[in-house]
Design a protein around this ligand. Sequence first.
Ligand code: PLP
Length: 405
Amino acid sequence: MAQPSDIATALIHHPYRPAEGFAATQPGVFKASTVFFPNMAAVRSTKWTDKSGYTYGVHGTPTTYMLEERLCALEGGLYCQLSPSGLAAIAHVALAFLRTGDEVLIPENAYGPNKALAAGELSGWGIRHRFYKPMDPQDLAASISPVTRLVWLEAPGSITMEFPDLPALVRVCREHGVLCVLDNTWGAGLAFAPFDLLPGSSPALGVDISVHALTKYPSGGGDVLMGSVVTRDAELHRVLQLTHMRLGLSVGANDAETILRSLPSIALRYAAHDASARQLARWCQSRPEFSQVLHPALPGSPGHQAWQALCKAGPGGAAGLFSVMVDARFSRAQVDAFCDALQLFKLGYSWGGAISLAMSYELAAIRSDWPSALRPGTVVRFSIGLESAADLQDDLEQALHLAFA
Ligand SMILES: *Cc1c(COP(=O)(O)O)cnc(C)c1O
C-alpha cells in the first residue's frame, strides 16, 4: 500500500522504527493495553502464561515480566504475579483458593485489612474465617478443621510485633495438608528465606506462597502502591494466573519501573533502616515514659527467640519497625500530644520510605483480647526512615519532654 495521504493515518502508521540494541542501566517502560500480533496464526499460538509472548497489557509487558523475575530472585520463588497494591495481592490469593464453605485462618495480630477482607467480603461469599494465636502452634493445629483451606502467616505481627515460630507453623500446615501463605512484607526476602526457612534442610521447609506489599521496601519511596504473589509451585501458580486474569489485576508500567529503579538498593536500605531502628528501640527502652518496647531483635520482646532462630541463621535482618507501649499512667490526649510534637517523624500509615513515620493505635479496637505479653498502655508504632538516628533520637526526646513532662 502507498503512503497514506491523510496526516492522521500517516502519523499513526509512520514507517520509522528506532534502531534495536539500545542498552542502558534501566529497562524501558513498556506501556500497553493493545499488543500487536503479526498475523492470526500468532494470535492463536501466543502464550502469556509462560512469558514466551505478549497478548494484552494486563497479562504482562517486558517491564512487568522483568519485575516479576527480579522479585522471584529476591524471595527465592519461581513464579510471580503483580497486583495494584499489597492488599490486592492478599485478595488475589484469597479469591484464587477460597470457595463457599471453605474456612481461612488468620493470625489474630495480622495486618488489619486482611482481617477486614475476611470479615467484610469473604463472609458474604460463605467463606468463614477464624483468628488463631500465632505464638502458639498448638492453637493453630487445634483451629484447623476439615473445611480449613488456607492459613495466613505473618512475621512479626502487625503493630504488636510478636515474632512467631514460622517453621513450626508451616509444619502444622503441612501435617494438615492446608495451604500456607505468608505476608512477607516485613521480611521482604531479606530477613529470612520464605521458601527455605531452615537452610540446609532437605526437602526445603517453606511456605506455599509469599505475598509482599512492594509498597514498602521494594518501592522505598512512599509513592507507589503494588503487591506481589510469589510461589515455587507450578500448579498453585496456574490457579493464581487464572484468577489474576479474570480479575484484571494489572499494574502501571511507570510504577513497575519505579520499583525496578529501587530494587538494586533494597538490601542497603533495609540494613540502614534496621540499624537505626535497633539503636532507637534500645534508647526507648531506657525511657521511663515507655513501659515496653516491641522489637523482635530486642531480648525480652515477644518472639525474640523465634526471630533469633529464623533470622540469625540468615542475614539477621529485622526491618525498620518497632512499637512502644506508652505507660498507662499517661492519657490518650498526652500520647496524641507526643505524636503531634514530633518534627522529623511524620504522622502517616505505611513504611519502607526514607521519611520516618509515627502512628498511635487503639489496640483494644483491633484485637479481641489484650495480648498477654503486653503491658497496659497506648501503642505507638515507629517506622524508621533513612535520617540520622541521632537526629531522630533528638526528635523523640524533645517530643517526650513536651508531652509528658
Ligand atoms: C502495607 C501492608 C500491606 C498492604 O499493602 P498496600 O500496598 O498498602 O495495600 C499488607 N501487609 C502488610 C504487612 C503491610 O504492611
